[in-house]
Design a protein around this ligand. Sequence first.
Ligand code: BGC
Length: 747
Amino acid sequence: MSARLAASFLWLAALPLLAPSPPPPGAGLTPDERAEALLERMTLEEKIQLLHGALKEYNPGPLGTAGYIPGIPRLGIPDLHFADGSLGVGNQVGQATVLPSCIASAATWNLELAYDYGWVIGHQSRAFGVNVNLGGNVNLASREPRCGRTFELKGEDPLLAGRITAAHVRAIQDQGVIGCVKHFALNDQETGRTTADVRISERGARQSDLLAFEIAIRDSGVQSVMCAYNLVNGIWSCEHPWLLNTVLKGEWGFRGFVMSDWYAAHSSVKAALAGLDQEQPGGYMFGGQWDRSLRDAVRDGSLPEARLNDMARRVLRAMIAVGLLDRGSERPPLDLARSEAIAQRVAEEGTVLLVNQGLLPLDARSLRSIAVIGANADKGVITGGGSAQVIPTGGPALWTPAPCPPCWGGVVWAPSSPLRAIRALAPQADVQFHSGADIRAAAALARRCEVAIVFAAEWQSEGMDLASLSLSGNQDALIHAVIDANPRTVVVLQSGGAQLMPWSAGAEPMLASRRSRPAGLVMPWVHGAAAVLAAWYPGQRGAEAIANILFGVVNPSGRLPLTIPMRIEDLPRAVIDAPPRPDSPDPFPVRYDEGFLVGYKWFDARGIEPLFPFGFGLSYTTFEFSNLGLEWLDARPGQRRLAVSFDLWNTGQRAGAEVAQVYLGLPPETGEPPRRLAGWAKVPLERGQRQRVRVEIREDDASHPFSCWSEARRQWVTPDGPFRIWVGNSAGRSGLKLSAAFRMPGE
Ligand code: BGC
């Protein structure tokens, strides 16, 4: 019997013979008490062992995960295996279910489904023996829409992003895996990612990215937070006392541990005093000095022993809280059927129908010919790169080299072929594929067919930002040419986030005002695409989901979790701030002068029309909103609760789901943008069904819905004056259906 196994049975020996079934060790104690009891039995060396990864020994762990900390068998403390997993288990520890990107999860606006999404990650982590998940990327998507990690994010709104992330994390932890929220904080671009010095006001930070973290952390009880590579207002995130000690652990009451992003720690004792608990991947930085300097610092008093104990206690507590000390190391078999069903459902509910001029849903019975064009649609669907990359079960359909030097892992296409899925749903039609490499030939195929479905795909990865928001290569020209050849064209876009769509019907005014035709046009431009679907990175069952939407098996109910701009010049930064030289080791400023005006808040405040607003998405049915009612359920200041009620009516011909969104406008003197999302409900309705919907807004919610951050008072303050509420189906002007003014009770 191994020493570890023997140790875990030691407590059994202490039981009297014939005792009833033994209580688990630590039963009746809180995680803190159990952690404390363990801590008392640990040596200084053992405590320090928990505070850094084991890369120092050149041992990335037996599973090949991104991080590894050996356990302490004599105390029953198991090994920790840290693996990435924002959208499926990463680090190539095995073939796992590739979920649709996190942006797609956010586009479902469905928190139960987001929990299921996290279930897949938690369940499969355990199946691989991984017990710390490194997902939970919650920075705001539209702060820098070109960011190469947008596909890992949950959109541009702190409430939506925070709640979706919290649902993922809760499910992961319910599976007995330590969850993570990262990268704390304001880690919004990959250009110069290890030296970017983000400059932002306190209110700007508190009401944007930090708010998303606050919601994600407080709503999930997450047990780890990863600090970021970048600096915030001149201080490295991983040695930032205000971020880590004051805000995260102090104000938000975070009880888990803070780990560094990989190689993001710039000091040992200084970082530990600022709130960093664990250095990753470990022992490599400072020539292996982290543990030695912690030991020396405790001995010479420059690091109080109480703080070192706090660091170790936090790691132990996290392990205990998710059950790592009780569950043993058995691995459940992979439940692929359930995982793939969830992946498909997320793709079906997260795909957003942006344009539909009556072309969709296609009628499988009457169509005789369909052209499928572009983006390797005969083989699979694209997936994102970097540490969030997942190797699909069954292996990649295609694995092409990464188109940029700083990115790694190559471009993986998941084995879910749109061509095959379309053929399966339209067995009577002649469905032909063209790669799109030869635009004229592809257009000729489109012209010969009754309908053309053109696929476009834009790869993203950690380690890069997109040069622009335009589709790369010949894709825009291909789409234009196919539309010109056949007005009955559907564009299916697979992207990490927002892309410019000069060929979408919504962009017609812009195109019409151009003097020259878009490059690559082979026919005079007449109209935009008759239908456009934003499918994001749709995951391992993506093609089946897309086909179900195209043919009306599924009625689309995804809504945009980010604004799609008309032009790059409409963003707060037309060009990404970059270091003076790509290899410069010196910090360089990245100025977020827009503060909390991220995404639709920026567009609204500046009066700029986007191409498609936040929250927007079409359905194959229609909905009507009416009879807005406001009722205070609690009027006591600090605990005020407002019930917003309205009728929602499915007025169309088929069942569908609407995402009813509630926006709040604060009194004008606050300097707030016109609207902020304050709640939503995703409501499935049968044809003709009408339902009273209620969304509650609570003053004590982690999102501070009625408040602004006061820099003078250093706290959240609920202003006096008239508030306004809107209910509708997007943040755009035409999406705001009902509105009413109110004042806070007790003002
Ligand atoms: C990424 C993290 C990731 C870590 C471990 C870093 O490069 O920024 O998000 O969790 O690597 O793979």
